[in-house]
Ligand binder design. Structure first.
Ligand code: ADP
Ligand code: ZN
Ligand code: ZN
Length: 733
């Protein structure tokens, strides 16, 4: 073992983003190794900070400067493995983040803050109960209860909650029949779930399972229509992997939106599953991480961050609904979950299974090229028919003087389905009552003073900015021209709820959107109510598009398909197709046939047309042609540099300088620089925003040069101008 260690410091500063050399003092010689967390003195003032050992220098090195000593080791085991360190380097290089950004993905914040395990003193049996004196009912029943529930209860719980006598308990402890011991308790969900019985797989499911289990490839794409039984295949794969003693990660787009998935997995595999998602508290997060690290939970279900849990002997990664945009992180490191999963799959030699009814263009392209083995599941389980599909041209409704949110067809269908006691889902991907408010006399639009976006009107009488959360009481008078012609435009889910209540006053309505699901378990409770039949109509944003399986839903209405078509993004066509297909897939999952009605002002749009025809292949071809022509992914890559500042002029100058510097390093012909220009949302939270795009054949090496150029230039204005780099960003607003 060596005498020097290369250490990454726990600090946010850009200048510190490199390994620092420290001396390992003799007394720590046997302790410090790669992956350990240590305390070191740092900077001129020798402030004591946390650091992570990335490598050990085994030879005496000739250092030109004085090397400081490591002070102490923080834990008795390494916190990062060698493959973790590989992963951290990969993340930093690929997504242009700092070492510390990547480290923070891998270990919970609680660790840095020194959260410890929660412990409590619980009662165990020590030796069999015997002796005349203890042959009494009170002792026997207490002793038996404890032997059935070894280590489950504390003294207080036994006496206060279970009603045993404290005197008897103490007596049994004093005489050595029972003992008290400290035990780590985990703060995780211990609710019981209904048992989920394993199904006999059909031909397509069996084929999918065997192809993956016996295949030589590491990557697989299951392209299976909604309801084709993909989840059942996942559960069988997990089962086989666990049987071999290996662990599994199952990723879902947003865990609180997929209560059903958890219900099924917990019902099948018991409660020893770790759940990992953004709504956990710091303590819960730490506990789940620890449980996985200790090998106590071998199956994890979670949102994208679960990919970074310290699984032992990982055998399988499943990414459900792989096309979902939530698999791209928007915080540093701005990683793409599928790319990272591919890296981990190669690093740990474990299988990667992607699943979707509507794979992303990038993924499907790779599957066609043979990078993933493609498996298709074309039929719904039990041969249930795909729903009937109607497209309604809303321009015709206007001509017929129908200005309500519902076309005549949708209105009639709602009415009929309510009478037949069927359930209905109405989808509108926008919340609030009115999406913008403006003056009909002078054209003034009520915008957030801190963000350059129009404010949304909500039922409580407030205008709310969906970007910064600012709320203002709505005014009936135009602040600009003082006229009274303030009018509300554009409907959100709250408006749909009002209209439903107006036209169908007897219907029981539930609404699921950001506004109704702020509490920790509110998704689950709305979901459960609807499942139990405590609602006739469920209104929601894209939260309701995912994975919900309600057998009684026979009608799905998409109120305005145009919202996603009109988003200025090269993926808008693909996204529209995906979301319509997904919502439509909620209809007709039970015995009764389903019906889907899509309302739009663009009935000819290819994404709507192909969604109706369930024609993924044609959509893919159309998209691929467009992408090739525009050099967008999967062909070219996009690098977005975003900068924001309170000082508009300074920001503009900075971006023009940056543009000039970048021009110098772009000598390759297959790269184009676009900008600098103001972002689509020119101001957010009182900061101006500008951007530069580089498009084309971006290599990691070139990207690194861009990053260096950017940070060098930013160094002198670091406090005034915030910059960020994102590769293939989710949105370019
Ligand atoms: P997907 O994930 O492709 O949407 P699911 O796995 O959720 O499909 O399956 C749809 C429904 O069919 C679920 O209710 C599931 O329990 C049921 N199911 C799946 N496979 C089978 C099978 N082999 N036999 C009977 N029912 C099945
Ligand atoms: Zn006005
Ligand atoms: Zn705002």
């Amino acid at each position: 073992m060596g005498i020097y260690a290369e250490i990454i410091i726990n600090s946010d500063a850009n200048e510190v983003d490199r390994p620092f050399t420290y001396k390992i003092p003799d007394e720590l010689f046997d302790k410090v190794n790669v992956g350990f967390r240590v305390k070191v003195p740092f900077g001129k003032g020798n402030r004591i900070v946390d650091g992570f050992v990335f490598s050990i220098l085994t030879e005496e090195v000739d250092l030109k400067y004085k090397v400081k000593n490591i002070i102490s080791c923080s834990d008795d085991k390494p916190i990062l493995t060698n493959s973790d360190i590989e992963l951290i380097k990969f993340l930093r290089e690929k997504y242009l983040c700092k070492f510390i950004d990547a480290i923070r993905l891998l270990i919970p914040v609680g660790i840095m803050k020194g959260i410890k395990n929660k412990k409590k003193i619980v009662i165990f049996t020590e030796k069999p109960l015997c002796g005349e004196k203890f042959n009494k009912e009170n002792y026997i029943s207490l002793y038996n209860f404890i032997s059935l529930n070894e280590g489950c209860f504390t003294k207080t719980e036994l006496t206060k909650e279970k009603g045993f006598s404290l005197y008897s308990l103490n007596n049994l402890i004093k005489n050595g029949f029972l003992k008290c011991e400290e035990k780590v308790v985990f703060r995780y969900n211990v609710r019981n779930y209904d048992k989920d019985i394993s199904k006999v797989l059909n031909i397509e499911q069996t084929y999918a399972l065997n192809t993956i289990l016996n295949g030589n490839n590491l990557g697989y794409l299951i392209k299976g229509v909604t309801g084709s039984g993909k989840t059942e295949v996942y559960m069988n794969l997990v089962n086989e992997t666990l049987k071999k003693g290996k662990s599994c990660i199952v990723l879902v787009p947003e865990i609180s939106l997929t209560p059903q998935m958890i219900e099924r997995f917990k019902g099948r595999f018991g409660s020893n599953i770790a759940l990992f998602h953004s709504r956990l508290s710091e303590g819960e997060r730490f506990d789940e991480w620890y449980r996985v690290k200790e090998g106590k939970a071998k199956l994890v279900i979670g949102a994208r961050s679960a990919l970074f849990l310290p699984m032992n002997d990982l055998g399988l990664i499943i990414i459900d609904e792989e096309h979902e945009s939530s698999y791209k992180s928007e915080q540093n490191p701005k990683y793409n979950t599928i790319e990272v999963a591919e890296f981990i799959s190669k690093l740990k030699n474990c299988k990667l299974v992607l699943g979707s009814a509507t794979p992303s263009v990038e993924t499907y392209y790779k599957a066609l090229k043979g990078e993933y083995t493609l498996i298709e599941m074309t039929k719904r389980v039990n041969m249930r028919k795909m729903p009937k599909f109607d497209i309604i041209d809303m321009r015709q409704e206007l001509k017929a003087n129908n200005i309500s949110l519902f076309s005549r067809k949708l209105y009639n269908e709602i009415d009929m389905n309510l009478r037949e006691k069927n359930q209905i889902i109405l989808f509108l991907n926008r919340r609030g009552l009115s999406t913008f408010v403006s003056c009909r006399s002078c054209g003034y639009v009520f915008k957030c003073p801190e963000c350059d976006v129009s404010m949304t009107y909500h039922k409580n009488g407030y205008l709310i900015c969906h970007y910064c959360g600012r709320a203002e009481k709505v005014s009936k008078i135009c602040p600009k021209c003082k006229s009274k012609y303030v009018k509300f435009f554009g409907a959100g889910t709250e408006r749909v709820e009002l209209e439903v209540k107006k036209y169908f006053p007897k219907a029981k309505v539930l609404r699921m959107d950001v506004d109704t699901t702020r509490h920790k378990n509110s998704h689950e409770s709305i979901y459960n109510s609807f499942k139990k039949g405590d609602g006739d109509i469920l209104i929601g944003t894209q939260m309701i598009a995912k994975g919900l399986d309600f057998p009684n839903v026979t009608l799905v209405g998409v109120l305005a398909a145009d919202i996603s078509i009109n988003i200025p993004d090269y993926r808008s066509g693909e996204r529209t197709f995906q979301i319509i297909t997904q919502v439509a897939g909620r209809a007709g999952r039970g015995e009764k046939e389903g019906n889907v009605i899509v309302q739009t002002y663009n009935p000819e749009h290819y994404s709507i047309k192909y969604a109706k025809e369930e024609d993924y292949e044609s959509l893919f071809k159309e998209e691929l042609t467009l992408r090739k022509f525009m050099n967008n992914p999967p062909f070219g890559k996009i690098l977005l540099i975003n900068a924001s500042s309170k000082f508009e002029e300074k920001l503009k100058n900075f971006m023009y300088n940056l543009g000039e510097e970048l021009e110098k390093i772009i000598n390759e012909k297959d790269l184009t620089l676009l900008g600098p220009v103001p972002c689509i949302i020119t101001k957010l939270k009182d900061k101006y925003r500008w951007q530069i795009l580089i498009k084309g054949n971006l290599t990691d090496k070139f990207n690194k040069k861009v990053k260096e150029t950017l940070y060098l230039l930013n160094k002198s204005v670091y406090n005034e101008i915030r910059v960020s780099i994102d590769i293939n960003p989710n949105n370019m607003n």
